[in-house]
Design a protein around this ligand. Structure first.
Ligand SMILES: *Cc1c(COP(=O)(O)O)cnc(C)c1O
Length: 377
């Protein structure tokens, strides 16, 4: 046998090729037509996508934005955040959650995660409410919804605005209610690697609140309510028309792609149960995850990651440092030990490959490699 036949083909951490190839030719045709029409800014595809995405999420409005960060920031600004308003956020999230808060003038109040669902601990969130708190911003991390029923209760009790960071949860749902539909507003990212990803940066906020949507629409475009009517200072944070064309094509396939992710996740949950010291992702009874990431916990994730990489299997860590311990947020004054669940979590997480187009055989190969790591000790 030839040496090369012994080498299993590589399994990347993320392969966008399958999904992109499905829509490539359609997109190229639409982009050619767009170039002829010259509708680069606020073209028809933007409002078409906004309508389709609002319908998908089960909200009345969607407002396209240039990124997920812009969507979250505009949601806070359009709600009327004032300088120094406190916004409760989880410690285990991507830095953009906090960027949105500080860049909108707010102060992030970090709370620990729950080990039950790996999302914001709702009891700790309520305990963190002060006289200055105006917002609560849960993150549906890895695609699993935070406990939105409990958070809605807390928001109602304390008169807080509930803004969802749904950047990892396109299509996740609970009792038929999708991510983005149970707060005052939500921000989504269409960064290429997200469940719904553009061919570049893009995002959107969704809401049922018409004034909020109108203000966000003005803010994303130099504060213009109408051409050269500037009631407030704004930004350049529009959704690009070319990206809207891509997103329209992809949105039509999102449910199918999310189902593929779910099948892979189920295969992992079955194949990795009881292996070594692995802790598998909790599946909350109330949530149907979008499975943006498949994250396991183990005592030495870096060794397992290196082991997999040596065998051509991609893996990543989301995220190795909890936000309160990053240099960017040192000024908030948090210390090691403040959020033990999130800190322990960050030390132990490892993300395995999961993407539409990943075959059951590839998933089995990842499972076999993980098992052999623990078999060898
Ligand atoms: C990706 C992401 C964002 C930001 O999205 P961008 O489009 O990169 O600005 C915000 N929050 C979370 C949790 C994310 O995963």
């Amino acid at each position: 046998m030839n040496e090369s036949t012994l080498v299993a083909p590589a399994i990347p951490f993320l392969d966008l090729g399958v999904t992109n190839r499905e829509i490539k030719n359609d997109v190229l045709e639409d982009v050619a037509a767009l170039i002829d029409a010259g509708e680069f800014i606020n073209g028809r595809a933007v409002s078409e996508f906004e309508e389709a995405f609002a319908r998908y999420c089960g909200t009345t409005f969607a407002v396209g934005a240039a990124s997920g960060l812009d969507a979250l920031r505009l949601a806070l600004l359009a709600t009327g955040i004032d300088d120094g308003d406190e916004v409760i956020v989880p410690a285990n999230t991507f830095v953009a959650t906090l960027e949105a808060v500080t860049q909108a003038g707010g102060r992030p109040i970090v709370v620990d995660m729950s080990d039950d669902d790996w999302n914001m601990d709702v009891a700790r969130a309520e305990a963190a409410v002060s006289a200055r708190t105006r917002f609560i911003m849960p993150v549906h991390l890895y695609g699993q919804l935070a406990d939105m029923r409990a958070l809605q209760e807390i928001a109602r009790r304390h008169r807080l605005a509930l803004i969802e960071d749904a950047c990892q949860a396109h299509g996740a749902e609970r009792d038929g209610v999708r991510a983005g539909a149970s707060g005052l507003a939500a921000g989504f990212s269409f960064y290429p690697g997200k469940n719904l990803g553009a061919f570049g940066d893009a995002g959107a906020l969704v809401t049922n609140d018409e004034p909020l949507a109108e203000i966000a629409r003005a803010l994303r475009e130099h504060g213009q309510r109408a051409k050269y009517v500037h009631d407030r200072e704004g930004y350049t944070a529009r959704l690009d028309t070319i990206q809207a064309l891509v997103l329209l094509k992809k949105l039509a396939r999102l449910d199918e792609w999310n189902r593929e992710r779910t099948m892979i996740a189920l295969q992992y949950l079955h194949g990795l149960a009881g292996v070594g010291d692995l802790e598998l992702p909790p599946v909350a009874s109330y949530s149907s995850s979008a499975w943006h990431l498949f994250v396991v916990r183990t005592c030495d994730p870096t060794r397992l990651m290196d082991f997999l990489r040596e065998r051509g299997i991609g893996a990543g860590r989301h995220y190795p440092v909890p936000v309160h311990l990053t240099g960017a947020y040192a000024h908030l004054g948090y210390e090691v030990g403040d959020f033990p669940n999130a800190e322990g979590h960050a030390q132990r997480v490892l993300s395995l490959p999961i993407y539409p187009g990943m075959s059951p055989r590839q998933t089995d190969a990842v499972i076999a490699a993980v098992r052999s790591f623990f078999d060898r000790g």
